[in-house]
Design a protein around this ligand. Structure first.
Ligand SMILES: Nc1ncnc2c1ncn2[C@@H]1O[C@H](COP(=O)(O)OP(=O)(O)OP(=O)(O)O)[C@@H](O)[C@H]1O
Length: 671
């Protein structure tokens, strides 16, 4: 740290005693020295050694924020930001949002006092649009870098550039695997080069932390299983009936499996001896509204054992108190984007060793634990070391748009940690070009391209929203965009309320499709005064999610206002339904200008066919066109799961609009 801070640091630093049991406590001075003397420090430590919660506090107490700067700690997932920031705030005995805060898309719980900020890696990338050198931060810690999320990979590349311009910035990369050398090598100056007077050996260092909070015993199957859900249920019941107290965390791959597993547990509880009926299953997956995600952190009722059935969102950084038993089925659902067909596939894939280690690490955090791997030890040895980088299997359009807005022109030769396949880059550039975000020379257009990059929405939705004033439907599109950011969490669905949910969906439905239906949901919510939780329950709506939509809509409106985009219709308070042809058609046309590349036509059997006819698609069960007839539609999302390609959020359109709003795109397609 700078010399003028030194007088105040010893005092502060001595005041702070990290939890004595944590292995990282022994390395505090070594760590602080490493960070002070090297621009880049790579931390390799066992799970639970204290990296995420302690390093930011060490830095805070030793003066890295004395001049008003902040420490950013990035996480690949929102749930890690919210839960770990709450933990660090409580260790520092300060209310969340004061000295310690978090920032995730559309939710900023920080203040002018905030010094330690947990932030999703994607959001920190966005911050760079307004603060390209990240000047407000003295240290950026990229946590869970081994997960190789798309945003954290791109962030590392940009941090490498920023470090060359800022000799005062420190980057800490925390990784759970032995990939440390690779990260170090990525940042280091070339052989013979010096940056800020430092050569290759002086520029970065690796600090390893041995040991963990409490031991975890690992158990394997002697024979592989061919039904891991059933095996997981057996294991849960075995633990519950035979093992000492302590909650259970079981990793499955997705929501459907989680729902099945919870149903199977419920069936099994019926047959259990009355002494063992005290088992409380709780789901945890990304699509669950955030207040429901938070239930898993609450204490179980007295004499009750919690069993949390989760996807890999609970895999890293989070600590759920009292988890003693972890069950790992050994699989994860990974997204893989097909650049030829433009489809995202959700493939069930074996986990990597790094993931398996992280999963086991969710036990043994507050006491000794056990991890049951539902595969053999040989199976474990055969796993890949680390997860395949997301940048090599994603739709890159959103991130490339942001990179271009940061002034990075040559996206092919950009300094990636792992190069994305050129097909992915080409597909993304094609899409951005057809949306009008880039010109013939691959430069961002002004103002459309830059505005699309600035809006925190994916490019097609951003384009439709920006086009709304010209159709006279800005107010409606703002609402629709806000509702789309809820990603399907507006309606609450439990298997026991399916019928009720269908009835409620029908109440809001209009023939134009899902987008305007969501608009009607929002308008009805506003018309009952926004506060009525009972009204939401009666309509199978999630009250918290609806409140969020109101806040998101306001934030989007502010973005547009800053861009000078307003519309007289924006007075608010208009609760008239937009089912009538006139406004409906405006919205349909406006959506077509953003989503023309995702158009399909319904066939007589109820399936859909893409424009080129290459792929058969099915309306997702959450869409009104799961049951109803349509002709041409545009859709928001396309996902293949278990060999079937689903489209979500559909709106009907006229075929002619495709050539009217995207003549170039459809000319090329016909050839
Ligand atoms: N919410 C919490 N409640 C109780 N103890 C906690 C909580 N959060 C953290 N801890 C304690 O602090 C330890 C270190 O947690 P931390 O998240 O800093 O570890 P880490 O090294 O970053 O691990 P990982 O890479 O697995 O996230 C835990 O093992 C646990 O003992």
């Amino acid at each position: 740290m700078a010399e003028e801070d030194e007088e105040s640091t010893p005092l502060l630093s001595e005041l702070y005693k990290p939890p004595a049991l944590l292995p990282i406590a022994r390395l505090k001075d070594q760590l602080l020295y490493a960070i002070e003397t090297h621009p880049v420090t790579i931390i390799v430590g066992e799970t639970g050694s204290g990296k995420t919660t302690q390093i930011p506090q060490f830095l805070y107490h030793s003066g890295w924020t004395n001049d008003g700067s902040q420490i950013a700690v990035t996480q690949p997932r929102r749930i890690a930001c919210t839960s770990v920031s709450a933990r660090v705030a409580s260790e520092l005995e300060t209310p969340l949002g004061q000295e310690v805060g978090y920032s995730i898309r559309f939710e900023d719980v920080t203040s002018s006092k905030t010094r330690i900020k947990f932030v999703t890696d994607g959001l920190l990338l966005r911050e760079m649009l307004v603060d390209p050198l990240l000047k407000r931060y003295s240290v950026v810690m990229v946590d869970e870098a081994h997960e190789r999320s798309l945003s954290s990979d791109v962030l590392l590349s940009l941090l490498k550039k920023v470090l060359r311009k800022r000799s005062d910035l420190r980057v800490v990369v925390s990784s759970a695997t032995l990939d440390a050398e690779r990260f170090l090598d990525f940042f280091a100056p070339e052989e013979g080069e010096k940056i800020h007077g430092l050569d290759r050996d002086e520029y970065g260092c690796i600090v390893s932390i041995e040991g963990r909070a409490h031991p975890v015993d690992i158990f394997y199957l002697s024979e592989p299983t061919n039904d891991y859900i059933e095996r997981a249920v057996d294991t849960i019941i075995d633990i519950h009936t035979k093992e000492a107290d302590g909650d259970i965390l079981c990793f499955l791959t997705g929501r459907e499996e989680i729902d099945d597993c919870i149903d199977m547990i419920a069936d099994r509880i019926v047959d259990l001896n009355p002494n063992f009926k005290n088992l409380q299953p709780l789901p945890l997956y990304a699509g669950l509204p955030s207040d429901q995600q938070m239930y898993v952190f609450e204490k179980a009722a007295e004499n009750t054992r919690k069993v949390i059935i989760a996807t890999n969102i609970a895999e890293a950084s989070v600590t759920i108190e009292n988890i003693v038993y972890v069950i790992d089925v050994g699989y994860v659902k990974l997204r893989a984007y097909d650049p030829i067909l433009g489809i995202e596939r959700l493939n069930i894939t074996p986990v990597s060793k790094a993931s398996a280690t992280q999963r086991a690490g969710r036990a043994g955090r507050t006491r000794a634990g056990k991890c049951y791997r539902l595969y053999t030890e040989e199976g474990f040895e055969g796993l890949e070391d680390a997860t395949f980088p997301e940048i090599q299997r994603s739709n890159l359009a959103p991130v490339l748009l942001q990179l271009m807005n940061l002034g990075i022109q040559n996206l092919i030769r950009f300094d990636y940690l792992s190069n994305p396949p050129s097909k992915l880059i080409v597909r993304a550039l094609d899409l951005l070009f057809s949306l009008g975000a880039i010109d013939d020379y691959g430069r961002l257009t002004k103002p459309l391209g830059t505005r699309m990059a600035e809006l925190p929405l994916e490019p097609m939705l951003a384009k439709a929203l920006l086009n709304a004033p010209s159709f006279g439907c800005l107010s409606e599109m703002l609402t629709i965009a806000a509702m789309m950011t809820l990603q399907g969490t507006a309606f609450v669905s439990h298997s026991d309320t399916t019928k009720l949910l269908e009835r409620s969906r029908r109440r809001f439905a209009v023939k134009e499709g899902d987008h305007i239906t969501l608009y009607n949901v929002y308008q009805s919510f506003v018309s009952v005064g926004k506060k009525d939780a009972q009204w939401c329950r009666d309509n199978c709506l999630n009250h918290k999610a609806m409140i969020k939509a109101v806040s998101v809509r306001k934030q989007l409106e502010n973005y547009l206002e800053r861009m000078g985009i307003q519309e007289s219709a924006l007075q608010g308070g208009d609760v008239k339904r937009v089912g009538g042809m006139e406004m409906g058609e405006k919205v349909q046309r406006c959506l077509t200008t953003g989503y023309f590349a995702q158009a399909a036509r319904m066939k007589s059997d109820g399936s859909f066919q893409t424009v080129g006819g290459e792929t058969t698609l099915w309306a997702h069960p959450s869409s009104m066109f799961f049951h109803r007839k349509a002709d041409w539609v545009i859709y928001h999302e396309i996902l293949e799961t278990k060999g079937k390609v689903y489209i979500r959020d559909l709106t009907t359109i006229e075929m002619d609009w495709l050539t009217e709003y995207a003549p170039e795109y459809y000319k090329v397609k016909k050839r």
